[in-house]
Design a protein around this ligand. Structure first.
Ligand SMILES: [Zn+2]
Length: 321
């Protein structure tokens, strides 16, 4: 028994020695063939470490240097990644790392942390359904045959239509940043206002021909009619700097003193001095405005609160001269 044990023991010794030899030669071979890389490790606290390592696996490199990741830390590249020479392993807070990723996704554009955080502050998307008015058209039928004395008769009262508009609105920090119209549904079609302009003296003979005259005038109305009454987008303004900017001096573009109840700003196709009848009141074109083009009219009022209270109205405007 003892003999046998001794023999086994020497056998184990031989095997161990052999293994050590194999291992040593292996290490020797490895030392020759394995390249030692310089790897920089950036810690989340800003500390940097440069290590010489034969390892290329990120996890192994960190383990070799007794670096243990905290729960809130991430490593770039990932733990299972292989790393080439002269590369950097970066350990960051998870929140920082998200910003790193964001930076990359901004296609290389350098951003400050503030603008970045701004861009990533929560954007709330809301669907808003708003009922909006559809302004009615005013059609003038001139059956006066060029008579100097005419009278206007409203054949049909205009009625505003109604539509339901659905918007997708994006808010950031409670501020609207984007509004996209998704759909529009007409609930009620507007009804045209029809005004007939006829000669004041109506004989019995002309009244019998009114029907034919009005029907024939429909073709001509499209050319001559809307020159006298037209629907304008009517807003109000005062002499404050919010309304008039650098021109806030109380004087109009025509040189008159702006006067509530008289002064209106109109596009340049309406000459200064032109009288406009809006809602039964007569105003005079005395002013201009950068935004007052096309179908816009701005009525001068004496205070900014009045201007705000007016809002935006679509009104038939009669051009009187
Ligand atoms: Zn104002």
């Amino acid at each position: 028994m003892q003999k046998k044990n001794k023999r086994e023991f020497t056998l184990i010794k031989v095997i161990i020695i052999c293994l050590i030899l194999i291992l040593l030669s292996g290490v020797g071979v490895m030392a020759v063939t394995t390249k030692v890389n310089t790897v920089k490790i950036e810690m989340s606290n800003g500390y940097e470490l440069t290590v010489l390592t034969p390892k290329t696996n990120v996890k192994e490199i960190l383990e070799d240097n007794n670096i243990i990741l905290e729960n809130n830390e991430k490593v770039i590249p990932g733990l299972e990644e292989e790393i080439a020479e002269n590369k950097t392993i970066t350990i960051t807070d998870k929140s920082n790392q998200e910003i790193e990723v964001a930076k990359v996704s901004e296609s290389g554009i350098e951003m400050t942390l503030d603008t970045l955080l701004d861009a990533y502050s929560t954007i709330v998307e809301k669907i808003e359904v708003i009922e909006e008015a559809i302004p009615f058209e005013t059609i003038t039928k001139d059956v006066s045959n060029g008579s100097s004395s005419t009278k206007n008769k409203v054949l049909q009262q205009g009625v505003e239509g109604k539509k339901r508009v659905t918007y997708k609105v994006k808010y950031q920090n409670d501020e609207e940043i984007e509004r996209t119209q998704i759909s529009e549904e007409v609930i009620q079609e507007p009804v045209d206002k029809i005004i007939q302009v006829s000669s004041k003296v109506t004989s019995s003979r002309s009244s019998t021909t009114t029907r034919s005259a009005s029907s024939s005038s429909q073709t001509s109305s499209s050319t001559s009619s809307s020159s006298t009454v037209k629907v304008y987008k009517v807003t109000a303004y005062c002499s404050c700097s919010k309304c008039c900017g650098s021109h806030a001096n109380g004087y109009t573009a025509s040189g008159t003193r702006a006067t509530a109840g008289r002064t209106v700003a109109a596009p340049s196709n309406l000459a200064f001095g032109t009288q406009l009848n809006i809602n039964g009141k007569t105003y005079v074109v005395e002013d201009r405005g950068g935004a007052i083009t096309g179908n816009r009219i701005d009525i001068y009022v004496s205070s900014h609160s009045e201007a705000l209270a007016w809002g935006v109205k679509y009104l038939p405007v009669q051009i009187e001269n």
